[in-house]
Ligand binder design. Structure first.
Ligand SMILES: [Zn+2]
Length: 468
């Protein structure tokens, strides 16, 4: 009895805590929010992992919802170039006075094992102020938002000035694979994605102590490439060491790489990023950021900023050793030593120059170096005045005083295929989260419930404004 009472009290307090920011009970959901919630729940509960899931099932479910909202069958196309890897492309026709815009979200999710999670990752958990499930944020929050937004606009009889294209795709999480939906569509159905610009994941708002502090808009991302290094030798008996041991030779090269810093290279996006980020910093950090933003930072300022991994990776290209393998027996001289080096190249850097610099740093004529994954060029999207005006205007409307900060992702999204094809893409969602709560790809992935509804509202207004 006592235990039951205590549990009840704790449950009540937890429930209150979730809405403490608002000080009041959450307002009841509007009809559109309810529909959105159903779409979101259905989508996260369809397993779309690579190993056991089915992307086509999710694409079909979203197709059904759009048809129910009034879309005609000929406005929606489903492509399944690989089994279980379906992609959906919807075209909401405009009057043609403006060029089309593209809304992009991937339907696939990273693997999630039931035994690792507190609850079933493919059942939407709604409590403590959070939606928890695999894909709760990455990227089914945006996918479900876009489906719900197009449905609402259709129900409202909205007549867009431009075509609104929605692409819901497969295998973003697998990277450069033939079944990656955006890669496949660009190569096989290019006219369907042709747009003046696109909106995708990669951005989002940042909370500080529960309050929105900045709204990130991703306009660029680094290129990804991997090198396999190897040193070979004749080997021999370990009782008779020689001077040509490949373990020592490769280790020496990797130690040099570890100490090497690629040169600082700034572009419009990273300068603007540091200039706007300086507003939230104080003291030395703020000064260093302003110095970098000015384009003429001192070496000391660069050194201090480089101590933060994110700023270091924003300032320069990075190449890091990630795997090592050597020798075949504890009592034999190694015949081979291998290492993997993963590079993240600035979008405004030259991959050939990076490779040449890497070779020079590693030295050693016996070290062979092969690129296992050539970089795909992905030029930064320009900070277009029309796009910035809409994103900044709506951000001020919904979160007064919160600045929009253009960012370059150090990781990769599907935007690279589109930017490479000449379509500028902007990563922006209006969904805010705490940096300490970054659980995408990890355990108990979640999104704060009111933040998701706000993000969906932001995206609704944004799409409408772009297509007016
Ligand atoms: Zn994603």
């Amino acid at each position: 009895m006592k235990i039951a009472l205590r549990r009840c009290l704790i449950a009540t307090l937890a429930g209150l805590g979730a809405w403490a920011g608002a000080q009041t009970a959450p307002p009841p959901l509007t009809a559109e929010q309810q529909r959105f919630r159903e779409t979101y729940k259905e989508l996260v509960e369809i397993n779309t992992t690579h190993l056991t899931g089915n992307n086509t099932e999710a694409a079909l479910a979203m197709q059904k919802r759009l048809l129910a909202a009034g879309f005609k069958p000929e406005e929606i196309q489903l492509f399944e170039p690989f089994p279980r890897k379906g992609n959906l492309v919807v075209r909401f026709k405009g009057d043609g006075s403006k060029k089309p815009m593209l809304l992009l979200a991937h339907l696939d999710v990273v693997e999630a094992r039931r035994e690792d999670w507190k609850t079933d990752p493919f059942k939407l958990k709604e409590d403590d102020g959070y939606f928890t499930a695999r894909g709760a944020s990455d990227d089914k929050a945006m996918a479900a938002s876009f489906v719900s937004i197009l449905s609402q606009l259709r129900r409202e009889g909205f007549k867009p000035s431009r075509d609104i294209i929605l692409a819901l795709t497969a295998d973003e999480e697998l990277g450069d694979v033939p079944s990656n939906g955006v890669f496949w569509l660009i190569n096989n159905q290019r006219p369907l994605l042709d747009a003046e610009f696109g909106i995708n994941e990669g951005g989002g708002g940042q909370l500080g102590k529960g309050k929105p502090i900045l709204h990130r808009m991703q306009v660029a991302e680094k290129m990804y490439t991997t090198y396999k290094l190897e040193v070979r030798d004749v080997g021999g008996h370990s009782s008779l060491p020689t001077a040509s041991n490949p373990v020592y030779e490769l280790s020496g090269a990797l130690v040099r790489l570890g100490a090497y810093r690629f040169p600082v290279k700034l572009a419009e996006v990273t300068r603007t990023y540091f200039a706007r980020s300086a507003e939230f910093e104080t003291g030395q950090m703020a000064e260093d950021m302003r110095a970098v933003a000015s384009g003429q930072p001192s070496e000391e300022a660069v050194d201090r900023l480089s101590r933060t991994p994110l700023y270091n990776a924003t300032l320069r290209t990075t190449c890091v050793a990630t795997q090592l393998l050597a020798g075949h027996a504890e009592n034999a001289l190694p015949q081979s030593a291998k290492a993997t080096v993963n590079c993240r190249i600035l979008p405004h850097d030259d991959p050939a120059e990076v490779e040449a610099a890497l070779r020079k740093v590693l030295g050693g004529e016996r070290i062979t170096m092969t690129a296992s994954n050539p970089p795909l060029k992905s030029p930064p999207s320009p900070l277009r005045a029309d796009v910035m005006a809409v994103v900044e205007g709506l951000t001020q409307q919904m979160w007064p005083g919160v600045p929009v900060v253009p960012t370059m992702s150090t990781g990769a999204t599907d935007s690279r295929f589109l930017r490479n094809a000449g379509i500028p893409v902007y990563g922006v969602s209006g969904i805010f989260s705490e940096p300490s709560d970054a659980r995408a790809h990890g355990l108990d992935e979640r999104v704060a419930i009111p933040r998701l509804y706000d993000g969906r509202e932001f995206m609704y207004r944004m799409v409408k404004q772009f297509a007016q």
